[in-house]
Design a protein around this ligand. Structure first.
Ligand code: FAD
Length: 383
């Protein structure tokens, strides 16, 4: 299938690359060392239109297609993998809202997300339920014309910084059909809501957090879509976002590999550049080959999404393969530098710590393979 880029998409890619190289890359390591989100980052991304990619223009967004969203993920993560979480979260939450929110709700929630004023979080995982999120337990108990939320979310990216959260809660009986989505204002100090940070191996600049709901009040105007429609809407969003995540991982892998090829030309051992040793060059060539193939898979999924077709099979193939491949490529690239990469001055170690997180985040390889098996074998074989 043809998913060649239009002139407009190619121009936008170049624009984003220039921005990311100049404005994001210089902060990649420093933000990791600081272990906190740079306060200006969301606004800078917003000014470039990168937190409003999926939002319609009437709400301050770009109305970007899925392929363009993938291009941005690739380019941003080449420079600063962690800044890309803001792009990803904004796109994911925007898609959830577009699937279920009313025009009035969209007018309230989307413009500040698009501008970067509000950082959104996606609050699905709980201490007892990750892969089996359909069985989540956070309760929405009826309270007048609204609800009160009781329970805990954990592993929430940007959880310490988010101003709004798409929170999935049980309003009905067991299973997916009992889950509803609420937009919760996290910016107001609320005595019924507490957060605590997790101490992670990677992506320390954006971090993850646990959120504790002890009777947080939500009104009917915060319900997204109908009661019991929350789980379906998040799963629909996950269909193509898994390919965007694939490209996010391949973006950082391509940066790692570019550095490795450059070093292989410069560094000498036994009186010649190490790139002349096929034992060193061929693994890098294998990395470049697989990276190229995986990019095609991701863009195939995104092009299918844009064509109104079901991207689930290639998107889930991308989700199990691309993050693992990216981790392998970064690892191989790190080894190319020998002792030099064992210092934190060299970015390969941070890249490795960061990219591994997305082998788990947004669903593990096993769950992605399960989805593919359902399509290829039939649901009876992959319940
Ligand atoms: C970097 C990062 C960012 C994240 N960001 C967010 C976020 O913003 N919002 C959010 O809600 N969550 C987030 N998560 C949580 C993430 O979505 C979950 O960790 C993930 O869905 C897996 O759930 P779990 O950790 O509970 O693992 P479990 O479900 O407990 O699984 C443990 C292991 O068992 C395997 N397993 C489980 N079921 C099966 C099965 N049926 N067949 C085969 N193997 C199986 C899994 O693959 C895994 O290897 C993030 C996680 C990470 C690491």
């Amino acid at each position: 299938m043809d998913f060649g880029l239009s002139a407009e998409q190619e121009a936008f890619r170049q624009e984003v690359r220039a921005f990311a190289t100049a404005r994001l890359a210089p902060h990649y390591r420093a933000d990791d060392l600081a272990g906190s989100l740079r306060p200006s980052l969301a606004g800078e991304l917003g000014a470039m239109g990168l937190t409003g990619l999926r939002a319609p223009e009437r709400f301050g967004g770009q109305d970007a297609d899925a392929v363009t969203t993938g291009l941005v993920a690739e380019e941003v993560s080449r420079a600063d993998f962690n800044a890309c979480y803001l792009v990803l979260n904004s796109a994911l939450v925007t898609d959830i809202l577009l699937a279920g929110a009313t025009e009035e709700q969209l007018a309230g929630w989307l413009p500040p997300i698009a501008s970067g004023e509000h950082v959104p979080a996606l609050c699905l995982t709980e201490p007892g339920h990750g892969s089996d999120a359909a069985h989540l337990q956070l309760r929405a108990e009826p309270d007048g014309d609204g609800w009160r939320l009781f329970g805990e979310k954990t592993s929430i990216s940007l959880g310490m910084y988010a101003h709004v959260g798409a929170v999935f809660a049980r309003t009905g009986g067991e299973g997916a059909r009992g889950v509803s989505a609420f937009m919760v204002d996290l910016s107001d100090p609320d005595p019924d809501l507490a957060r605590s940070p997790l101490d992670d191996h990677g992506s320390r600049a954006i971090g993850r957090a646990s959120l504790y709901f002890d009777g947080v009040r939500v009104g009917r105007d915060q319900l997204v879509g109908g009661e019991g429609e929350g789980f379906v809407s998040v799963m629909r969003g996950f269909d193509y976002s898994r390919a965007v995540i694939g490209l996010m991982c391949l973006g950082i892998a391509s940066a790692a590999l570019d550095d490795a090829f450059a070093y292989a030309r410069e560094r000498e051992a036994f009186g010649q550049p190490i790139g002349r040793f096929q034992g060193l060059a061929f693994p890098l060539v294998e990395c470049a080959t697989q990276l190229r193939a995986a990019r095609h898979l991701c863009y195939e999924a995104l092009a299918l999404k844009d064509a109104g077709e079901d991207p689930a099979v290639p998107a889930n193939m991308a989700k199990w393969w691309a993050p693992k491949l990216a981790a392998d490529i970064v690892h191989q690239s790190l080894l190319t530098f020998g002792h030099a990469a064992w210092s934190t001055d060299n970015p390969q170690g941070q890249r490795l710590r960061d990219v591994i997180g997305l082998e788990i985040g947004d669903g593990t390889a096993q769950i992605a393979k399960l989805v593919v098996a359902r399509h290829l074998l039939g649901r009876a074989y992959a319940p």
